[in-house]
Design a protein around this ligand. Structure first.
Ligand code: SF4
Ligand code: SF4
Length: 729
């Protein structure tokens, strides 16, 4: 198969390649994290002004994920791969999502649901968990008549019956499910396919396609002696019983076996049910626990004990009463084929952990009872006991039957199930239209950490204090509007403009700007590459003709459009004027009235006046305002030219250092000013005539005051006396 080289990697030619921020690559639905972080960072810090903008952001996010709000409570997968992770702590994306969706919640009832004709065909979805509901949501919006069959009395699957209320309130889940159903999805609750109805029946009732998304809702047995004792329960069963039958009254000691999220949820739930002591028994160490580290932290804070390197061997009975669990101490051995260190038994290290209840949460299995008949054709089962389905199309071995989520890959995060539901919906749509199901594979590559001087620490998580009897209320305290803006501003926006486009979509500029390079002027000196924070500049050889007609070759600096952020630092740094932007400084705003301007004022669009539709800039007196995408972009030439054009002073309004949308634009501007002031003095231009002010002023309310005080300072200096440059204004 023909291949191509992309950033040193060989990938097949027909592959769609994308360079994305690592958070977006990690997210199974490739959510546009950078884009929404930019949008949040540019919200006005005023709830009434921000509300409409938040609704707009949410509507876009709900388009790609009907459980966006649920994810705000339970999913921070992308945070594991944030470029900020080792530089102060990942961007708290989950809390940003929670903030957005909590604001949006108040708007849900006002929404208009578009009416869609149901001419697309009939689809049966088996399983009303995150995968089935997502598939139903996308297909119903496309005009299919979708019916969900679910064995439980209420929809939600593991989201409802496997995640405790203190992590995901029912009210949030009900709201999101309500949104899905509002698009015309029908529901048959309490119907178990394989028991109450068969796949055959679905076919004879006229369903064209079936999507199986039954999840993995059976606890995996530990395979140890006495585990069939009534005081041994699976984690999924324990959590489900609390949700269905209400909170039981526990006492004594509970031993929870496992290190995943279900184990941690069961342990924290047992504490809330009144257990005197709860211990997690895990055969590896805390560092290897697959559970969300935040959940593990909270569990320990709430009093759950962690017994690392402990593998259960036998449930210990005294007559018919469970009195403990016998474990063997482990040690960490060599890594296995996947690089994960294997726990190895320590000989003679058996101990009994005394307890009254054992909850086993070492894994889950798929209940394949629904495949009792095979009228659709043979649906193949994998060696792991899951349904075999094509990972790119979700098609099973039976025509017209698709499957996805935990039923295919085993227990995964909710967002993996949502991703499978999206892919299945797309494949079913193609199948119904008679189109080819396969799409070209995509190759996603992560952007590196941009060069950066300033890193700011992640905010400390805020929780309600632990009281003696923990309730099932959510303990986490989310972000306020200003905390959300501050956190979103921490994002380095690692990805290129080409995948983001946020600045254009919110009206900050007409379109993303790009850099042009004049090959004849470029000398290949490399100053631009040193200035670029995004590794976007590389060099290549080009043939050139000498004056005498002979050919030679020279190095020129090229810009990779898939990495460039169009900050303009390279343009400002190029001594040969070989670089410029597709939109330069042509947007200078002359004051509409008032005295003639004396100041040339460059204003960063990302820090100043972005939330007022330009009102602040347009009303500015005494200054010609030029909005720029980064204050670091203003070149030394442009500043000196302002003096030769007769301006009495040049004022740069930039973002605070560490808050620059392009990493270090303000620091670059400060360095430039220091050098320029030294250059200006011998020409008779006082250094005070050039000033940089940093800050964030969304509504542009402070700009006029800053200009006025600069003008007063210039007045004390008198007229510009530089003869060579003066051009009276
Ligand atoms: S800094 Fe922002 S864009 Fe970069 S990986 Fe983290 S969240 Fe994503
Ligand atoms: S505009 Fe900025 S990101 Fe793009 S090549 Fe120049 S310095 Fe790099």
């Amino acid at each position: 198969m023909p291949e191509m080289q992309v950033r040193g990697e060989r990938i097949p030619h027909h592959t769609e390649k994308l360079i994305l921020p690592p958070c977006q690559v990690k997210c199974p639905i490739n959510e546009q994290i950078q884009r929404t972080n930019v949008m949040i960072s540019l919200l006005p810090d005023d709830e009434s002004l921000a509300r409409e903008k938040i609704i707009r952001i949410c509507e876009e996010l709900y388009e790609s994920n009907p459980f966006f709000g649920v994810c705000g409570y339970i999913c921070g997968l992308c945070e594991q791969e944030c470029n900020y992770r080792d530089n102060g702590g990942s961007i708290r994306r989950r809390l940003l999502k929670k903030f957005l969706s909590d604001v949006y919640a108040a708007h849900v009832s006002d929404r208009q649901i578009p009416q869609v004709s149901r001419a697309g065909g009939r689809v049966a979805v088996i399983g009303g968990g995150p995968s089935g509901l997502t598939c139903a949501s996308f297909l119903s919006k496309k005009g299919y008549a979708v019916t969900i069959f679910d064995a439980h009395p209420k929809l939600g699957g593991m989201l409802r019956y496997g995640i405790p209320e203190y992590r995901l309130p029912e009210e949030v889940l009900d709201r999101e499910i309500g949104n899905v159903l509002a698009h015309g999805v029908e529901v048959r609750p309490g119907v178990r396919v394989g028991r109450d109805i068969t796949l055959d029946d679905l076919k004879s009732r006229g369903f064209d396609v079936v999507y199986i998304a039954v999840g993995s809702q059976l606890g995996k047995p530990m395979g140890i002696e006495n585990e069939d004792h009534p005081s041994v329960q699976s984690g999924v069963h324990f959590l489900q019983a609390v949700k269905k039958a209400g909170v039981p009254k526990l006492s004594g000691t509970v031993a929870v076996v496992g290190g995943g999220n279900t184990a941690v949820d069961a342990a924290r739930t047992a504490i809330r049910c009144g257990a005197d002591r709860v211990a997690l028994l895990y055969r590896r160490t805390r560092a290897e626990m697959p559970a969300d580290p935040e959940e593990v932290h909270d569990a320990l804070e709430e009093g759950v004990q962690l017994l690392e390197l402990s593998a259960p061997q036998r449930v210990v009975l005294d007559g018919s009463r469970l009195v403990g669990i016998e474990c063997c101490s482990m040690t960490m051995g060599d890594p296995d084929a996947h690089g994960r260190r294997r726990p190895v038994r320590k000989e003679g290290s058996t101990f009994v952990f005394p307890c009254d209840l054992v909850v086993s949460a070492i894994g889950q299995e798929c209940d394949l009872m629904l495949l009792a008949n095979d009228s659709y054709g043979t649906i193949r089962i994998s060696k792991r006991g899951t349904i075999e389905a094509d990972p790119l199309t979700m098609e099973t071995t039976a025509p017209g039957v698709f499957a996805g989520g935990d039923a295919v890959v085993g227990p995964m995060a909710a967002i993996d199930a949502i991703a499978a539901g999206k892919i299945a919906a797309e494949s079913i749509d193609r199948y119904m239209k008679g189109e080819v199901l396969e799409r070209p594979p995509r190759h996603l590559m992560s952007c590196d950490v941009p060069f950066r001087d300033h890193f700011r620490a992640a905010p400390e998580p805020k929780r309600t204090p632990i009281i003696r009897h923990l309730s099932f209320d959510v303990r986490e305290i989310g972000f306020s509007l200003s905390e959300a803006i501050t956190e979103a501003r921490r994002c380095m926006q690692c990805g290129p403009c080409s995948i983001c486009n946020a600045c254009a979509d919110i009206g900050l500029q007409a379109e993303p700007v790009s850099v042009r390079v004049d090959q004849t002027l470029c000398s290949g000196c490399g100053l631009c590459a040193a200035a670029c924070n995004y590794h976007a500049i590389s060099f290549r050889s080009v043939d050139v003709l000498r004056n005498d007609g002979t050919a030679t070759c020279k190095q020129i600096a090229c810009t990779d459009a898939t990495l460039c952020k169009a900050c303009g630092l390279c343009v400002a740094s190029c001594p040969s004027h070989a670089r410029d932007m597709t939109t330069g400084y042509s947007l200078s705003l002359l004051p509409q009235s008032g005295p003639p301007p004396v100041v040339s004022c460059y204003v960063c669009k990302f820090g100043w006046d972005y939330a007022s539709a330009g009102a602040g800039l347009k009303a500015l007196n005494h200054a010609v305002a030029t909005p720029v995408t980064c204050i670091g972009q203003v070149s030394s030439d442009a500043i000196l030219a302002a003096f030769s054009d007769g301006f009495s002073g040049v004022l740069l309004l930039g973002c605070p250092e560490g808050d620059c949308h392009f990493q270090d634009g303000s620091s670059e501007a400060r360095k430039k000013i220091r050098v320029l002031r030294d250059i200006m003095a011998p020409f008779g231009i006082e250094p005070e005539r050039l000033e940089l002010v940093t800050g964030i002023d969304p509504l542009g309310e402070r700009m006029q005051r800053i200009v006025d005080s600069f003008v007063m300072k210039l007045a004390t200096l008198g007229k510009l006396s530089c003869k060579e440059l003066r051009h009276e204004r």
